[in-house]
Design a protein around this ligand. Structure first.
Ligand SMILES: [Fe+2]
Length: 354
């Protein structure tokens, strides 16, 4: 398990330039330049070999479907979706720069609490949420946290970074007018999956940070598909909406591929891109990403229990073994791991899923 950063609170509060105790983990992003404007999934598409054939197959299938459907809405939807993986695709929002800058600060040997707090304070909404979380019943100490710096010290570096990612992704990416309810449900599931995956990765000596980001974004392909459907609805003032059955079918079949394409465009680390693409088929993942893909697969499934049951019935022993044997998680740890996951989820649930 990657070591968790520990922070001495008194130290941090006594000096505004206390260096950060670095969080050691795998790089989450590839540092090879970043897009300033919207990421064009077609033009900027950096399809890795593993995705290229899949994308071509996907585009071919969509073209055939577009020829076969009779409604304008379905045809437009399929055509637009096909263009996302061919030449002039959908413009996704750029990777939120706050996330990149916070990650760089945490990775930097010269960074300190003041720099990190200043970065977060650039965004008033982020500031309010961070301080609010630090003062929530799960984190609160003797004295209330009054500043972002207090909040970072109380919550810890790793959690600060994860919370920032969650808040920023929620506000910038998980918003699709016209499909608000579906995307809200997806958000709640993604939050639960990020926490579940992080806990499982920690348990098996994997990388909890990649698991957290992977869990948060594993179903982002679904958001992209909803965005395309929503765009058509908005452009036609609600006149055209793709058939719900067709939408459901495409969501199920292609969200992993689209999610991995988006993750690649946002310069996620290659293993993370591969694991997102294979979170429903970890056995097909390249060796270097196989463990992470299995963690995301288990995290995805377990998240459904966590959110749906909240302390009710546990998965059966049989279900638990099927879920955890690919990642060699001791079956005897079932109740302990589930309890830890629930505790971690409860910490953030109220603030991040509202
Ligand atoms: Fe999925």
């Amino acid at each position: 398990m990657a070591p968790t950063a520990t922070v001495d609170r008194e130290d941090a509060e006594s000096s505004v330039v206390t260096p950060l105790c670095r969080v050691e983990s795998q790089p989450l992003f590839v540092e090879d330049g970043e897009a300033d404007g919207p990421v064009n999934l077609g033009g900027d598409l950096d399809l890795k070999a593993a995705n290229r054939n899949e994308a071509a197959r996907f585009a071919g299938e969509l073209a055939e479907l577009a020829d076969a459907v009779s409604s304008d809405a379905d045809r437009q939807f399929l055509t637009r979706l096909r263009r996302t993986v061919t030449s002039d695709g959908l413009n996704l929002p750029p990777m939120p720069q706050t996330v990149i800058r916070v990650q760089r600060l945490i990775d930097s040997p010269n960074a300190n609490f003041k720099d990190l707090a200043s970065e977060i304070e650039l965004d008033p909404a982020l500031t309010t949420k961070m301080v609010g979380i630090a003062n929530s019943p799960f984190y609160q100490g003797m004295d209330p946290a009054r500043s972002v710096q207090d909040a970072i010290v109380r919550v810890g570096l790793r959690e600060t970074r994860n919370i920032i990612m969650a808040i920023v992704f929620r506000s910038k990416l998980f918003r699709v007018p016209g499909y608000d309810k579906q995307v809200q449900e997806l958000w709640v599931h993604s939050m639960a999956a990020s926490i579940t995956s992080q806990q499982i990765a920690g348990e098996i000596g994997g990388d909890p940070d990649s698991a957290f980001l992977g869990g948060l974004t594993h179903d982002l392909g679904r958001v992209i598909i909803f965005s395309i459907a929503g765009e058509i609805g908005r452009e036609t003032r609600g006149r055209l909406r793709p058939d719900p059955g067709l939408l459901r079918d495409l969501l199920e079949r292609f969200h992993s591929l689209l999610g991995s394409i988006a993750a690649g465009s946002w310069r996620f680390a290659p293993d993370l891109v591969a694991a997102i693409g294979c979170h429903h088929c970890p056995e097909e993942t390249p060796a270097s990403a196989a463990e992470l893909a299995s963690v995301l697969c288990a995290g995805d499934r377990l998240a459904r229990w966590i959110v749906a049951d909240k302390g009710e019935e546990l998965p059966s022993d049989e279900e638990w073994v099927a879920l955890t044997s690919p990642i060699c998680l001791d079956p005897d740890l079932k109740e302990q791991v589930i309890e830890e996951i629930r505790a971690a989820y409860r910490k953030l649930e109220g603030t991040l899923t509202a």
